[in-house]
Design a protein around this ligand. Structure first.
Ligand SMILES: *Cc1c(COP(=O)(O)O)cnc(C)c1O
Length: 373
């Protein structure tokens, strides 16, 4: 991290230490999660999907039903409320495909914080509807024209802004990535997924699930799902990365090597000279060359298994869930659906598998339609 940001990161860590166990803060976050976000999200027994797999029982943790249509809500509300407690008046963030920008914009709007989003001009051109969503919610979007005009250039511009405006500005990071304390903070705000899952499963089945599957981009929905189960060795955990099209992929944990990116040491897709390589996935939210450092840890200790599903396999998962359950999933969790189906098929009928459905598919309809012509 640039030295100039060190004090800001320390301030954030101190503030988080102060508020993480503050009942007043927890109650406020809980109230937004419940009343505004629609939490708890349901844990749904997918009967027809289960029959199709022909093995263990399949449940879906329905983050697609949360406000904004994905799990990103959990993190942006948590960080935006923290920023407000810290006396910040302004949120900034970067966005690639636009989903994190849209999520940050809704949190900024509902809490009355000025929101500015950095987005590469190439990405902005590809994602006009998301740009419009952000603007409708009152955010200002800065199109970044430097470098490759995509995500990593947007990150550089956001960091530049933050260095100049740390006093009144919070940089709202979108996944369990970046420098400490971000991977910890984002994990903690996302663990609501796993905490709910655990108590819902105890109510429905009287025990913990045998296996849980989630997709991994930066890794926040998977980390939020897995974290409350890490100490229960009887629960198997599987993260699914983007195997891409054959031209390339975005599988940092499966194929990456150790390196440092954006203030964290983790596994990265890079060449021998340490240059970050281009990633390729049909799911915009998985298209990131790095992954959260805590995932790299769980891969090393073997606590979590990581695997990949290709673009083609994700499309199979997408159509399968749409047809069997009437739920159109986002392309990111479609990777987890494909892998989850394979795992369930090998299980006994009394075994239980949970797949985290991280978001809904409205944003991906055009992408999928293009694959059909
Ligand atoms: C952004 C996004 C992801 C990827 O982010 P993680 O931090 O890996 O969770 C996955 N699914 C959906 C629906 C998303 O919007």
């Amino acid at each position: 991290m640039p030295e100039i940001l060190y004090p800001a990161l320390k301030d954030l860590e101190d503030a988080y230490d102060r508020y993480r166990d503050d009942p007043d803060f927890s109650e406020e976050l809980h109230a937004y999660n419940r009343g505004y976000g629609g939490r708890p999200s349901s844990l749904y027994y997918a009967r027809r999907l289960t029959e199709r797999a022909g093995g263990g029982k399949i449940y879906l943790k329905r983050e697609d039903l949360v406000h904004g249509g994905a799990h990103k809500f959990n993190n942006v509300m948590g960080q935006a409320l923290l920023a407000k407690r810290m006396g910040k008046e302004r949120l900034i963030c970067e966005t690639g495909a636009g989903q994190h920008g849209v999520a940050t914009s809704l949190a900024g709007a509902v809490l009355g914080l000025k929101t500015e989003v950095y987005m590469g001009s190439v990405d902005a051109e590809r994602q006009r509807p998301n740009l419009f969503r952000m603007e409708l919610m009152g955010a200002e979007v800065h199109e970044v024209d430097t470098g490759s005009k995509t995500l990593k250039d947007a990150i550089n511009e956001a960091l530049r802004d933050w260095s100049a405006n740390v006093n009144n500005t919070h940089y709202l990071v979108g996944s369990v990535v970046g420098p400490h304390p971000y991977p910890m903070i984002v994990r903690d705000f996302q663990r609501v997924i796993g905490d709910e899952l655990k108590s819902q499963m105890m109510k429905k089945e009287g025990r913990l699930p045998d296996h849980i599957v989630a997709c991994v981009g930066g890794g926040s929905n998977a980390m939020g799902t897995f974290y409350p189960f890490v100490d229960y060795d009887e629960v198997r955990l599987t993260g699914v990365e983007a195997g891409g099209s054959g031209k390339g992929d975005a599988a940092s944990l499966t194929e990456g090597t150790e390196g440092v990116l954006h203030g964290a040491k983790s596994l990265l897709l890079q060449d021998e000279g340490g240059q970050i390589t281009e990633t390729d996935s049909i799911a915009a939210g998985l298209d990131y060359p790095g992954v959260g450092p805590e995932h790299a840890l769980y891969r090393e200790t073997g606590r979590v298994q990581y695997t990949t599903a290709s673009d083609q396999e994700a499309l199979e998962g997408f159509h399968l869930l749409s047809e069997t359950e009437g739920i159109i999933p986002a392309l990111e969790p479609s990777h987890a659906i494909f892998t989850g189906m394979e795992i369930a098929a090998e299980m006994e009928p009394e075994d239980i598998l949970v797949i985290t459905l991280s978001g809904r598919g409205d944003k991906d309809l055009e992408t999928v339609r293009e694959t059909l012509t």
